[in-house]
Design a protein around this ligand. Structure first.
Ligand code: ATP
Ligand code: MG
Length: 249
């Protein structure tokens, strides 16, 4: 069984005042599918992503990735956060090859892959730079090159472009579209930007406020390959109106 399967999943953070973050989540993400989790701040988007990543454990319910219950993080699930969590003392190259190196992979095996991913993400000229010498968009591209080099089949992205300026954000969305088109990874993409969700995803799950539930599932009928041009079409705007309506109710 491939993909991600979530059934009856709930998550409560324990403590003096327990927080019921997720309630009765059902979700199926097929292999190669790109889904977006869309919802207001605090509805549990990051919690859901962190459960799939294996950083957190469910309080109840079932969560499997490729047929296996998720117990801990694993290299088949690559995570990209809002701020690329790079090692500040390592160069771009060392950051990108860190995973395969730690996994004991031979240099001759990971080197061509790392070079290709740095090429695709437009970073070939910056391999010796330190993270501090890069722009925010470039740091996010290193984060993407890193999970691609790791060979993760599943990309878990938590508002990866949320901290970027509008123009850089569009460039990054285009980059992600081309990467997805080329490698067909399974992607779970968290955002609160409706345009971003429509542009990128096959399926959008709109979540309701706490405790987070899946309120609506929307299939995006816009043809692929997609470009930024699509964001101005009548079809795009109609879908955006529909989603805005769903969110208000
Ligand atoms: N480690 C934690 N311990 C206790 N409560 C937590 C923890 N992480 C998240 N929460 C709570 O769970 C709820 C959901 O948080 P989560 O971060 O998943 O929301 P979100 O949808 O990602 O929000 P945002 O859009 O602001 O990032 C919030 O009420 C939050 O305070
Ligand atoms: Mg979050």
């Amino acid at each position: 069984m491939s993909g991600i399967a979530i059934q009856h999943l709930s998550k409560t953070y324990p403590g003096a005042t327990p927080v019921h973050a997720l309630d009765e989540i059902h979700l199926q993400v097929n292999e190669g599918e790109f889904i977006a989790l869309l919802g207001p701040s605090g509805c549990g988007k990051s919690t859901l992503l962190n459960l799939v990543a294996g950083f957190e454990q469910p309080s109840a319910g079932k969560l499997t990735v490729e047929g296996q219950a998720v117990k801990r993080p694993g290299p088949e699930r690559g995570v990209v956060f809002q701020e690329a969590a790079l090692f500040p003392w390592l160069s771009v190259w060392e950051n990108v090859v860190f995973g395969p190196k730690m996994a004991g992979e031979a240099r001759s095996a990971y080197e061509p892959r790392a070079k290709e991913m740095l090429e695709i993400t437009g970073l070939s000229a910056f391999t010796n730079h330190l993270p501090v010498q890069l722009s925010g968009g470039m740091r996010q591209r290193v984060g993407i090159a890193r999970v691609l080099t790791l060979g993760s089949r599943i990309l878990l992205m938590d508002e990866p472009f949320g901290a970027l300026d509008a123009q850089t954000r569009l460039t990054m969305q285009e980059l992600l579209l081309s990467v997805w088109h080329r490698f067909r990874k399974t992607v779970v993409f968290v955002t609160h930007d409706i345009d971003e969700a429509i542009l990128l995803a096959d399926t959008i799950y709109v979540m309701s406020a706490r405790p987070g539930r899946i309120q609506t599932r929307i299939e995006v009928p816009i043809e692929r390959p997609r470009t930024l041009e699509h964001t101005t079409s009548e079809q795009f705007n109609a879908l955006k109106r529909e989603i805005m309506h769903q969110i208000r109710h």
